[in-house]
Design a protein around this ligand. Structure first.
Ligand code: NAP
Length: 226
């Protein structure tokens, strides 16, 4: 398969890269900042292609030229949390932070899909949008975290619309929750390792026909109400 992963330089994105390379797929790893881990992997795996793409920007001609004509799987993984500690409390959250997080976590995945749609295999391609349980209203019992919750909630809805709109083209869209994962985003305080989260989400992607288009599914295969 030809697989494109955004935000692939570290954390969960890098985990997806390693997972799919180990199974002989061709991986287009899109990164924003240079990543030593990706450079090392590229020396070992000829089927790893590195593409610098800050997904808050439209793809340049150079980026487009380095991407394949046909993609089987797109994983919209790049994301930011926004202000930490009480920086996303009701009293402290700012319009600037709301806009920045929304741009990366919701607008950018939509931009990536719009850009790559002509290259997605029809029928048969899969789009996996990495959102979060934090975007579920049903799950929100603790409040706060305005920017991240709102952006991830919006991504769930955008992903659902994509799923409905692309169904007739034979493109499957799913929204994933990676669990609470030990990465830079959580300051390594999560409950799950990247390997376990990625293995679980990869299995959900493989079994996508067990789910309704646009479902929000956790790494353990359980559906999450939103
Ligand atoms: N960790 C968790 O517990 C958890 C839980 C639920 C959902 N998620 C979601 O899972 C995804 C990955 O999270 P993570 O924990 O691996 O986070 P992370 O360790 O902070 O890594 C985030 C990745 O996204 C990239 N990125 C950020 N802004 C970007 C942009 N504008 N363009 C391109 N790449 C960009 C970063 O690149 P740079 O290196 O250049 O910054 C980095 O590679 C995110 O969408 C996150 O919201 C994570």
């Amino acid at each position: 398969m030809n697989i494109l992963i955004t935000g692939a330089g570290r954390g969960i994105g890098l985990g997806f890269v390693i997972n799919y390379l180990s199974r002989d797929h061709t991986v287009y790893a899109c990164y924003r900042s240079k990543s030593a881990a990706l450079s090392t992997l590229a020396e070992k795996y000829h089927q790893l292609k590195l593409v610098q793409w800050d997904v808050t920007c439209p793809a340049s001609e150079n980026i487009l030229a380095s991407l394949p004509k046909q993609l089987d799987l797109l994983i919209n993984n790049a994301g930011i949390y926004g202000p930490i500690k009480d920086g996303q409390s009701l009293r402290k959250i700012t319009a600037e932070a709301m806009h920045e997080v929304f741009d990366v976590d919701c607008v950018a995945p939509l931009r990536v899909v719009q850009t790559l749609l002509p290259r997605l295999k029809m029928p048969g391609a899969i789009i996996a949008n990495i959102s979060s349980k934090m975007g579920s209203s049903s799950d929100n019992t603790s409040g706060g975290t305005y920017a991240y919750r709102a952006a991830k909630a919006a991504l769930i809805i955008v992903s659902k619309s994509m799923a409905v709109d692309l169904q007739s083209d034979g493109i499957n869209v799913i929204t994933l929750h990676p669990g609470w994962v030990r990465t830079d985003m959580t300051n390594a305080t999560g409950l799950v390792d990247v390997d376990e989260s990625v293995a679980g989400m990869t299995s959900v992607i493989e079994n996508i026909n067990d789910y309704e288009p646009g479902d929000l599914v956790a790494y353990d295969g359980n559906k999450i109400a939103f």
